[in-house]
Design a protein around this ligand. Sequence first.
Ligand code: PLP
Length: 402
Amino acid sequence: MEITEQMPTSSEPGALYKAGSIPLCVPEMQGNEWKYVKECLDTNWVSSAGPFVDQFEQMTAEYVGTKFAVATASGTAALHVALLVAGVQPDDEVLVSALSFVAPANAIRYLGAWPVFMDSTADSWQMDPDKVKAFLDKECVWSDGELRNIKTGRRIKAVLPVHILGHPVDIDAIMDTVSKFGIAVVEDSTESLGGKYKNRMIGNLGDIACLSFNGNKIITTGGGGMIVTNNPQMASRAKHLTTQAKTDPIEYDHDEIGYNYRLSNLQAAVGCAQMEVLNNYVETKRQIAHYYNKNLEPIEGIRVPLEMEWASNVYWLYTVLVESQKFGMTSRKLMQALAQQGIQTRPLWKPLNELMPYKYCQTYKVEIAPTLYERALSLPSSVGLDRNDQDRVVKGINDAQV
Ligand SMILES: *Cc1c(COP(=O)(O)O)cnc(C)c1O
């Protein structure tokens, strides 16, 4: 099951299981994972209580630099609860990146709130802070202590910037814009654990942030997530809501509608072992990226990803742009050519405003995101990718060019 999930539709399914094929991004379990999981089984602490859950939360908070961390069943669950404790209510609006995996938009809708899709910048590919500012200044009005979208009349309650592919959003510019309006900034840091913005850790930049430990993320617990924040009220309410909002464990009293969103001790055991090697992973991912950069930059029509001067990119998925006029074929044709050689690659996500459930939602000048979607191709990026395999990917791209 997990294997198919990590290896989505982008290349021929058969090729993925052939010996010698190079997958897009797979986990690496070389540390204490086995030892810690065995400890859970030996002691019978397998479920949502147990020492590894607390330890995993502590290690994560320490790594990101926040005061609090609350483990969750998934990154999507983390987003759902983070938005809730940030005060998002039914019929509110949340500004979110158009170019992203779908989970943040879904989390907004779980609350009965509405996404407003924002564009990417051409250089960093992240949420464009100038367009956020222009939208709030020109399309919204401040009245009775609330900011309202002029067109829909709805209240703007949060901004949800998604740090895509390991690179940070220019978050200071967004914070500057929204702080005077009392709008919460909820970071989707699920793809960018270990990345930095102006030397500050991604996940410790806004009011509250969400991490994911899904199978193909920087580190994994097989599935899981985390909410991190410095805000004690948000942290304790998040913990409460993710544990069924139980107030009395004997009488089963609950003071609001809660969720079963806890991470199990088994998963947290894997998480602790993965946290121990995270610094190495970040370093390895950056080396992989630098080697790709050096070898792909000379190829006509291939644009390597930028790292802005204020950023440290963890290159979750190393992604290039294929300029089809110059390269001689589209990103999708290159994907097929590489699949034939057993090299799995993948385009970025279709912009969320083009998806069936979101077609009728508001967008604000989403112009760059569709061109990135058309051109981008993510290359094999596993921590375990060796130089031989990387050379094969580079050669594959060179050979594909006619
Ligand atoms: C992976 C991902 C998520 C969701 O994480 P899960 O743990 O799979 O629920 C959310 N947002 C983005 C941008 C992601 O890439």
